[in-house]
Design a protein around this ligand. Sequence first.
Ligand code: IMP
Ligand code: MG
Length: 176
Amino acid sequence: MEGLKVLISEEEIQKRISELAKQICDDYKGQDITFICILKGSIFFTVELAKKMPCDINFEFIRVSSYHGENSTGVIKMKVDLQGDIKDKNVIIIEDIVDTGRTLSYLKEYLKSKEPRSLKICSMLDKKERRVCKLDADYVGFNIPDKFVVGYGLDVDEKYRNLPYIGVVEFEEENS
Ligand code: IMP
Ligand code: MG
């Protein structure tokens, strides 16, 4: 795709997701798991990960909006809330990317209040350099540098989500 450089190929993603699936299965030893998919970015990752797991998985969905950029207030708004009960469930939040950590810090506290049996975070990507909140994911697909990435669910203005790989957007230099 024009203006995009491949950072992580489709093959690398598939291989890493298989490894994560195995690691999670080993950790949970056949217990039921509830995946909470954070819309919209995590849909591809959630589906691919779940398809590789032999245990029973329940799916829940949450959609939040966060405000980033220079005037970021760090305010997170719930757009689509949980439908099911997660009390006493083994919950894993499935996220596309951890950036500042604000979204997941908020969601972790929110979901803790619903009293799950356990609560972990699995993120496909992690941009550690950008963190402003103390937040660690329990499972991470790839650590990446501080670059704006798209594909495999990630977008820029709703574009590129359906790319089967992770690409870096090469923003055009403005002519002065
Ligand atoms: P955080 O609250 O700053 O950790 O932001 C997490 C959210 O910001 C992610 O769920 C993405 O929706 C978005 N985001 C952060 N970095 C990127 C990126 O490089 N590409 C696309 N979306 C991103
Ligand atoms: Mg997201």
